[in-house]
Design a protein around this ligand. Structure first.
Ligand SMILES: [Zn+2]
Length: 339
């Protein structure tokens, strides 16, 4: 199986946390947290469709200006999600500049911003051509765990406590479509761009009797049609999708732990902060962060298949291996006691 979601941390674990997720065969990507993104090439920034910000401490939000600068003057809707106070933070950033010239732009950048509270979500849009003045009215909805989705995936969120509200995020692929090359050959077809359209048709749950047409390479200018369900049985197998979870800047307490385990359960890959070592547990608690031991234990409790720790305090520069060893030992210990 070729994974659909390709996550990568943009910076070292001692620098700003940002997790960039590229989708296989898609021309868009998403970003968890928006700290220093100077290492991300402009072409990759321009692909971003959704940005999920855990909270607006500087190291998680200072990349906003770079995204805005690059996207200005383009036709694009950029979806941003953040915790309580996020609308005010975005508006503060936008009001830091003068926008007298943008009304003449041919192309329109629209920011669609959602603030996620415990019980409510508030969405407001800002159009560049209207000098980013908030469009009225804002849309208010009750909180729902799935905060964003496209036909192939869903992002869920949980509100955690970091002294201030801080969001955990998890992206889950709806299911994974594996293409069987021998099935394609048996039908006398060849691989082509139609595969992407075929996957989109499956993901958007089109009627299985609907006829899906494929250009016939044997007779250029003609096409062959198959009922979608029949084609799917012949050339594809459906397997569970990937799940990737991102947890950062969170105090270790029972309420947070329960929420983290719930949102991260059975993740294929869990990215979880480990700011401190267990010997500095009290300091971690004072600063509303996890220790490596706590991160490893939570990864085990969530039954994550793989986990990566990041966002280490600079006091441990040169001791990354110790942090990793502590986290993986804690994970191993918990699983040994809870097989
Ligand atoms: Zn923070």
């Amino acid at each position: 199986m070729h994974p659909t979601l390709h996550p990568r941390l943009l910076n070292s674990p001692f620098e700003d946390p940002c997790l960039y997720i590229q989708f296989l065969f898609e021309n868009y990507s998403i970003l968890f947290d928006l700290g220093d993104i100077t290492r991300l090439p402009s072409r990759d920034i321009l692909k971003i469709s959704h940005i999920f910000v855990s909270h607006t401490h500087m190291d998680h939000f200072l990349g906003f200006d770079r995204v805005l600068r690059l996207c200005l003057g383009r036709d694009k809707i950029l979806y941003l999600y953040g915790p309580a106070g996020f609308l005010k933070n975005v508006e503060g950033k936008l009001s830091g500049y003068s926008w007298n010239l943008v009304t003449h732009y041919n192309k329109s950048l629209i920011l669609n911003v959602t603030e996620i509270h415990h019980h409510q979500m508030i969405t407001r849009s800002y159009d560049c051509k209207n000098r980013f003045i908030p469009m009225e009215p804002s849309i208010e909805k009750p909180f729902q765990i799935d905060v964003a989705h496209r036909p192939g995936w869903t992002v869920s969120a949980a509100v955690l406590d970091h002294g201030i509200p801080c969001l955990a995020f998890s992206i889950a692929e709806k299911f994974h479509i594996n293409i069987k090359k021998d099935g394609i050959e048996a039908l006398g077809l060849t691989v082509g761009p139609w595969i992407t359209a075929f996957k989109q048709a499956i993901l958007s749950e089109k009627d299985s009797d609907a006829i899906f047409r494929i250009d016939d390479h044997r007779q250029p200018g003609t096409s062959v049609g198959y009922p979608l369900g029949e084609l799917c049985r012949n050339i594809a197998s459906i397997t569970p999708g990937q799940k990737i979870t991102y947890i950062t800047d969170v105090a270790y307490n029972d309420v947070n732990a329960e929420k983290i385990v719930n949102i991260a359960r059975n993740s294929d890959q869990l990215f979880i902060e480990a700011a401190f070592m267990e010997i500095h547990r009290d300091l971690a608690a004072q600063k509303y962060h996890l220790t490596a031991c706590q991160a490893g234990t939570l990864a085990a409790m969530a039954r994550a298949k793989h986990f990566t720790i990041f966002h280490h305090s600079p006091r441990y520069i040169g001791q990354e291996a110790l942090l990793n060893a502590e986290a993986h030992q804690a994970c191993h210990n918990w699983i040994t006691c809870n097989p």
